[in-house]
Structures are given as C-alpha cells and as structure tokens.
Write a protein that binds this ligand. Structure first.
Ligand code: FAD
Length: 311
C-alpha cells in the first residue's frame, strides 16, 4: 500500500518505520519546517556562541522492552544518552532532543511545511488537501499522527467514533520560557520541579553533548499555563523569570535570550486504546494521546497502529 501519514513526530515516524519494513510505501506530511514535533529544539545565535534549547519534551523514559531496544540503538548511534540529573532512567536526545527524530525522519519521505487541512475520498483512494488545494497523489490508506485536537477536525467528515474520542481527549497547555546567559546562573542545581507556578525547570546546558552558553528551559505548571494562556509572551517572560529568581533565591544575570513559547497542546490526555484503525475506510490514528502524555507512549502508539494496518 501507499500510505499517507499526517504528522512526522515520533508516533508517525515509528509507524512509518514498521510499515516500510513490511514493504509498504509511507509518505509523511508535516506542517513544521523541520523534525521534532513535541521533541523539538530551538537554536539561536548569541554573542557567545550558538545555543540550542529543548523547548518541548525534557527527557524520556523507556520501560517497554521493545522501546528499550530502540532507545539502545539510539544510544549506540549517538543520538540519545542518559541524563542523571533528571533520574536514573532519564534519556535525552544528543546533541539536542530532536536528534532521534531527525535521524528517523532522514530515513523517510517527509514533506515539511505542509499543513494538511482536509482528507478527500476518491473512490477507494485518499487524497490530502493543503491550503485549499488538493495534493495530486492518491493513497491507499491515511494515518493521522497528530494531537487529538488537531486530529478531530480532519476525522470529522469520515470517522465519527474516532472523532468523538479525539474530541473528548483534551490536552493541557504549557507556557515555556527559554533563557540563555553569558554569565552562568549562580546555582549548582540542574533541575527544579513541582512549584505551583513552575512545574519544571532544567539547566539545558547540563544535558549531555550540549555546547554554548548556560541555558535554561522553564515550564509553567498546567494550571498556571491555563490561567495565563492568553497573556503576551512578554508578560510570560517577566512572570516566569521573577518566579525562577525567587525559587533560586538569587538575582538573575541579564539574559542573552529570554523567549516564551506557548504549547497549546502540550500534555495529552489518554484513552483505553493504543491506536485506532478502520480497515474498511483505511484510516488510522496514532499519537501519544491514545496512551498517555509521554515520548514512549507516542512510539508505542505508532507501533501499535502499524501492527493493526499490517494485520
Ligand atoms: C512542553 C512539553 C514538555 C514535555 N515533556 C515531556 C517529558 O518530559 N517526557 C516525555 O516523555 N514527554 C514529554 N512531553 C510529551 C512528548 O513530547 C510527546 O508525548 C511526544 O513527543 C508526542 O509525539 P507525537 O508523535 O504523538 O506528536 P507530536 O510530536 O506532536 O507530532 C505531531 C506532528 O504533527 C504535525 N502536525 C500537526 N497537525 C498537522 C497538520 N494538520 N498537518 C501536518 N502536520 C501536522 C506537528 O507539526 C508535529 O510535528 C512533553 C511535551 C511538551 C509539549
């Protein structure tokens, strides 16, 4: 089969890997400019060198033996390493969180900067619509590997049970502050957790393989992010910087970079399914939101969907 996969995050790529290994053709489409999805990395030039900041997933665990095998391969190829500061079984991408995704995407046919706005049925085949034009290629099956909220609207004309499930599986937002300093922040701590305002803060430059200036990623808690969802990035930079300074009990140096990013669909909900597939219509859905809000769940869901398609 020639299969279209909308979304080239870990779930879509894991699914593509299995389908291609079984002899199918997978064509991926992603609205982003490059690889990462919610495991993405921001790069910026500063007066003291380039800095990269993992502004999505901070680290991931691998408890499923099948995912452990994959992560071991990432470790052997140098795209992942353990990061003890976050826990004994905490993994990160190397030299940046998006490295494993970048390596996976390089093995596949991915169309970047391609936002899919609709699905069109053409006899037994599927076509994809992007920015009000229909992409010519015909596909035997289509897979949505995108957050629940984004999957719901694409499913709407075609699969009402899947759409209903996607609609009731709500994600929490996350305001994220990225900071870089010429003079390191005066603390020996590499992480902070579980404050009512700051759910997580990490010295990004402490992760293995990072170069460049002292850098931090600070994530607001879900409740605070919801309360401040429509605040401006400037307001978020000020509020989270103040709280960070308060928690460390120090005055922060002037930052080289202070930038806020709003993830509207950061932490997914979960369902009782690992993936969804309608074999009559040949439409499938995968993503972390089927299993839970973690990197490992995204991989498991993509893998589960490939098995359903192959069955
Ligand atoms: C701030 C934050 C912190 C996190 N922290 C952790 C953590 O510490 N540990 C952990 O395990 N997990 C964490 N996660 C969750 C983890 O990142 C996700 O579970 C995982 O990356 C989801 O992978 P996915 O493939 O399901 O979705 P995504 O990575 O979101 O991939 C979906 C892809 O689809 C694309 N897309 C969406 N809509 C369209 C469309 N209409 N057309 C084309 N392309 C589209 C997007 O650009 C994206 O690349 C965090 C996430 C966030 C945002």
């Amino acid at each position: 089969m020639k299969i279209a996969i909308v979304g080239s995050g870990l779930s879509g790529l894991a699914c593509a890997d299995h389908l291609v290994a079984a002899g199918h053709q997978a064509c991926l489409f992603d609205k982003a400019r490059g690889p990462g999805g919610r495991m993405s990395t921001r790069r910026a030039d500063t007066a003291v060198g380039q800095v990269s900041l993992d502004h999505g997933a901070q680290y991931f665990t691998a408890r499923d033996p099948a995912f452990q095998t994959v992560v071991k391969q990432w470790q052997e190829s140098g795209t992942a390493a353990l990061w003890a500061a976050a826990g004994p079984d905490a993994w990160v991408g190397v030299p940046a969180m998006n490295a494993p995704i970048k390596a996976l995407a390089a093995r596949h046919d991915v169309a970047w900067s391609m936002r899919i706005d609709g699905l069109v049925k053409q006899g037994d085949s599927w076509q994809l619509a992007s920015e009000e034009h229909i992409i010519e290629a015909l596909f035997d099956a289509v897979i949505l590997a995108i957050p629940a909220e984004q999957a719901a609207s694409l499913l709407e004309p075609w699969e009402h049970d899947f759409q209903a499930l996607a609609e009731k599986t709500v994600s929490a937002p996350c305001w994220t502050l990225m900071l870089a300093y010429a003079n390191p922040v005066n603390t020996s701590r590499a992480t902070l957790r579980d404050d009512i305002v700051i759910g997580w803060a990490a010295r990004n430059s402490d992760k293995p393989g990072r170069t460049g200036p002292d850098s931090w990623v600070i994530q607001a808690s879900p409740d605070w992010s919801i309360e401040h969802l429509e605040d401006s990035p400037q307001q978020i930079v000020a509020a989270l910087s103040d709280r960070f300074s308060e928690l460390l009990g120090i005055t922060l140096p002037d930052p080289l970079i202070a930038s806020a990013h709003r993830w509207r669909y950061a932490r997914s909900g979960k369902t009782d399914h690992s993936a969804l597939y309608n074999g009559d219509l040949k439409i499938g859905v995968c993503g972390d939101w089927l299993i839970g809000p973690r990197v490992e769940c995204a991989w498991q869901s993509g893998t589960a969907l490939a098995k359903m398609v192959l069955a």
